[in-house]
Design a protein around this ligand. Structure first.
Ligand code: DGY
Length: 320
């Protein structure tokens, strides 16, 4: 008998067909709407494997419904949506999809940095709204990217990939991290500093840490107060690593110059969120890894992890 699996969001046919070869597959067929909790509670009781996404909260009470679940395969590198301690206590494997999205997420992080620094979205709206009446010297002026200082908080794979892009723009790169990375420093020509120094000296601060109890609000009022009034904050990690209320206060009082945000504490971010009222915020809907090839690679890797788990193998990308 084939193992049973449930997929919480419509995946491309090519991935589902591969899964169907070895598994009995049920899938939430809607592409844009997330699976309801009710359906998830029913489905999780029946299956050996679950393939989920960052928008699904897989908590202990949901896992309590599962009687023979072996694996939760998250189609993401981050896994803060899953209670991994509860999974581990219940002997359920949890996997993620690292590596395949590194370059694409670094591309988007740099694109967001550029769009925010040079006010691209605001400029485009200005033109479309008929506000472009003439050329004038200080029209829509932004911040220089070339030759500036980039501070990266969290030097993992995506951080390293971001450095390569920054070097192409002659940026000086500072980083802070739980542990110092001497080899990376030497190879990429970057400088390790403490978080305070990084915040004080950087023109651009990019947060690239996973969301954990230790990194929650790693950028809060005190950190924002250390930044330059001309500096730009970029967050493509997780909403919870930046205190949004403190960020709103810093941006609206011009304590920092602008922010580019791909992620929010609550997603989708409510359209009446105070941050969205600010012209110096560029906000995009969690699209860091969203290129066609990368999303396909992530789906395929999540499928491979899942198949390994339900067929009794140890998946390569086991988180816990
Ligand atoms: C991840 O992989 O963690 C991203 O945030 C989802 O693309």
């Amino acid at each position: 008998m084939k193992p049973k699996i449930y997929i919480t969001r419509k995946l491309p046919d090519i991935v589902v067909d591969r899964l169907r070869e070895v598994c009995e597959v049920s899938m939430w067929e809607e592409e844009e709407k997330p699976v309801t909790r009710e359906v998830l509670e029913l489905e999780i009781r029946k299956v050996d494997g679950l393939l989920c996404t960052v928008s699904d909260t897989i908590d202990e009470s949901l896992m309590n419904e599962a009687s023979h679940l072996k694996i939760i395969s998250n189609m993401a590198v981050g896994y803060n949506n899953i209670d991994i301690n509860a999974a581990s206590e219940k002997g359920i494997m949890v996997t993620n999809t690292p590596g395949v999205l590194t370059e694409t997420t670094a591309d988007l992080t740099f694109a967001l940095l550029m769009a925010t620094a040079r006010r691209l979205i605001e400029s485009s709206d200005y033109l479309r709204d008929g506000k472009w009446k003439s050329w004038y010297p200080m029209q829509l002026t932004g911040q220089d990217i070339n030759g500036s200082t980039l501070g990266i908080i969290g030097m993992g794979r995506i951080g390293e990939a971001l450095v390569k892009r920054a070097k192409g723009f002659d940026m000086k790169v500072l980083y802070s991290n739980r542990s110092r990375k001497l080899k990376v420093e030497e190879e990429l020509g970057i400088e390790y500093v403490d978080k305070e120094t990084l915040l004080q000296q950087s023109d651009f601060v990019c947060v690239l840490v996973p969301l954990t109890p230790e990194t929650k609000n790693i950028i809060d009022k005190e950190e924002l107060a250390l930044m330059k009034s001309s500096s730009v904050l970029i967050n493509t990690a997780r909403g919870g690593v930046v205190n949004e209320k403190a960020l709103y206060d810093a941006l609206s009082s011009n304590k920092i110059w602008a922010a580019g945000l791909d992620v929010f504490e609550q997603e989708p971010v409510p359209t009446d969120h105070p941050l969205l009222t600010l012209p110096n915020v560029v906000a995009i809907p969690h699209i860091g890894s969203s290129s066609i090839p990368t999303r396909l690679r992530m789906a395929q890797l999540a499928a491979t992890n899942l198949m390994d788990g339900v067929l009794g193998e140890i998946p390569k990308y086991l988180v816990k």
